[in-house]
Design a binder for this molecule. Sequence first.
Ligand code: 4NP
Length: 162
Amino acid sequence: MTSKILFVCLGNICRSPLAEGIFIQHCQAGGLEGRYLADSAGIGDWHIGHPPDSRAIATAQKRGVHLPSICRQVKADDFQVFDFILAMDRSNHRDLLDRCPKSLRGKIQLMREYDLGQDQGLDVPDPYYGGPADFDAVFEILHRCCRRFLDALETSPLTKPR
Ligand code: 4NP
């Protein structure tokens, strides 16, 4: 069975495309490509149809990570189609909960819940108004979170990972 994972941020050009690419790389490294389908989407519609921000691409390229995303907005049937929906920050998390039918809200989680122990809050910081160092920092956060999330899925694939 394939588990479907959707990564969500505000614009779908910086954080969630990075999370998607990093998650795919972790899957490939573990020979798990067939087990998981990853995608990303945005709360907003400003960049629909665009590739990721060039600074996200540059950060990812330095680490050998490909970003396949083309920007799209979250849509109603995402809540049906995907098994796990990972929000990059608490604002995205609230917006997703608002849009999601009550019965499906259990699919929505905060990405940074998989970064516990770092004690740096629950948001993956938005690097859009920052510089290359901010994108590198986001990459490191997401690398840790995706690793831990995938490990949790592999440990208990049928339940909500924690
Ligand atoms: P992201 O960053 O949510 O990580 O993709 C942003 C990208 C674009 C905008 C805001 C955040 N924007 O306002 O256009």
